[in-house]
Design a protein around this ligand. Structure first.
Ligand SMILES: [Zn+2]
Length: 465
């Protein structure tokens, strides 16, 4: 009896403290609660209300601007109002960069003002106007193949146009020029780097985004021009006459200064396994030119609303749901790097999902979990079938954006794939504003995240297995 008692005590201790001991709960067992959450979330526009609040009351949230700090306070206050059990911030530092005014023109074949934006991190022209003939390259690889010195005194231009695809994979092929084009051009002697915007639209709006210099290589100004302006340059160049570009750019380049940033965290505490976390992520920072409604205001709204819906249940799930609003995603996943450095092996992070891919309805669940837990994912995916969501045939997801660093650090992840066909029409432009938000899809996708977080927190499944 005594020994039995000791054993049961041990078992109880195990039950409370071992991450593997939570009894598995099937989707069938939790169907009533899932149905209830689905009804609550489908009837709620909380994600939109939060996006409206963030973009109106805080506005753009680029690192180093007042909006960046204001967003931290906004998120903390909202999470408290929404009834999160714990709310805190984790501060770190990021490099300061500032944008000034841009004046870009063609001076030949005729004077014509162009629409251009500095790439994030670019140096400016020190108040001077810099003028040179354009040398066109179809791709970054073509620029790389140029002979050293062949661009002396010239302006290098990469004309590659991003392709539109439902899963956004055209971005990967286009973004390399943005990140390293200026460094490559400078190595060949260019005085500035111009590129066609990484974007799928035909608006006269340029797309910004982060770029990097190389140590030991001269830092030259880097701008993106709008797609229609790039078309004009391409057609003018086809005539075989010189096309001359002049640029006045008021950007700071690397300042050597750092500024405070902070990840904002909020938790709905689990009942039996509060130290095991299901992570919902989005990034709180944005670029400065729009208000960051789509990138990533709606992600912030979605994950906060999803956790709130779960927090409103009479009976909380077993594990905790942790909302993680990342800092400084746009300038290189700085907040995510800090999180991984701070939280070690992430062993108590059972699974995570981020939202950072815009406006479309989710059509696919792509898991990245251990083989034994795939059955549970399959059951959950079947629950989502009536919402038009199917299970991907792959099992190697690492999580979107910031969350990919947690995935690489060993945390299981799920990627919810939306129709991203129009995402790169607005991405990093002045057009990333509230009116572009698809409210219906936002309700739908918030519901998917609510259901996922509850399922993962209540299931007891070890997604590493
Ligand atoms: Zn984003």
């Amino acid at each position: 009896m005594q020994r039995l008692h000791a054993l049961s005590t041990l078992l109880m201790v195990g039950l409370l403290h071992s991450p593997l001991s939570l009894a598995a709960t099937s989707v069938a067992d939790m169907r009533d609660t899932l149905d209830q959450l689905k009804a609550t979330s489908t009837a709620s526009e909380l994600a939109y209300e939060l996006t409206e609040s963030l973009t109106t009351e805080v506005g753009p949230r680029m690192v180093g601007t007042p909006g960046s700090d204001k967003a931290i306070d906004w998120a903390v206050a909202k999470m408290k109002t929404l009834g999160f059990d714990k709310v805190w911030i984790e501060e770190s530092q990021a490099d300061l960069w500032t944008r000034g005014d841009t004046n870009a023109q063609l001076t030949a074949p005729y004077p014509h003002k162009l629409v251009a934006l500095a790439l994030g991190g670019s140096v400016g022209t020190d108040g001077k106007t810099l003028t040179g003939d354009i040398v066109r390259f179809e791709t970054l690889d073509d620029l790389k193949a140029a002979a050293p010195g062949s661009l002396n005194g010239k302006i290098a231009y990469v004309a590659y146009r991003m392709e539109r695809h439902i899963d956004g994979h055209g971005y990967g092929k286009a973004v390399g020029a943005r990140v390293s084009g200026a460094a490559v051009a400078a190595e060949k002697g260019a005085i500035a780097f111009v590129m066609r915007s990484v974007g799928t639209d035909d608006n006269r709006l340029a797309h910004t985004g982060v770029m990097r210099y190389k140590d030991g290589i001269r830092k030259i100004p880097a701008v993106a021009v709008s797609n229609p302006d790039a078309d004009l340059m391409d057609n003018a160049l086809k005539r075989g006459q010189p096309v001359t570009f002049s640029l006045q750019l008021g950007a700071s380049g690397p300042t050597g200064k750092t500024v405070r940033i902070a990840n904002v965290l909020g938790e709905i505490t689990g009942t039996t396994n509060p130290d095991e976390f299901v992570l919902l992520g989005a990034h709180l920072d944005s670029w400065d030119v729009g208000t960051g409604a789509i990138d990533d205001g709606i992600g912030v709204g979605m994950v906060m609303a999803a956790a709130h819906h779960i927090g409103q249940l009479k009976q909380r799930p077993a594990r905790s749901v942790r909302v993680l609003l990342f800092a400084a995603e746009e300038i290189g996943l700085i907040g995510a790097k800090d999180y991984v450095a701070r939280h070690g092996d992430l062993k108590n992070h059972v699974i995570g999902a981020e939202w950072d891919f815009g406006n479309g309805n989710i059509y696919e669940l792509a898991p990245g979990v251990g083989p034994s837990s795939l059955n549970a994912i399959r059951d959950f995916a079947a629950y989502l079938t009536p919402m038009g969501i199917s299970l991907a045939s792959t099992n190697d997801a690492k999580g979107q954006s910031d969350m990919s660093l947690l995935g690489e650090a060993g945390m299981p992840a799920v990627n919810f794939e939306p129709d991203g066909s129009d995402y790169f029409d607005y991405h990093h432009t002045e057009n990333d504003t509230l009116d572009k938000v698809n409210r219906e899809a936002l309700v739908n996708n918030t519901t998917v995240y609510t259901l996922f977080a509850y399922f993962a927190a209540q299931s007891g499944v070890d997604f590493r297995q």
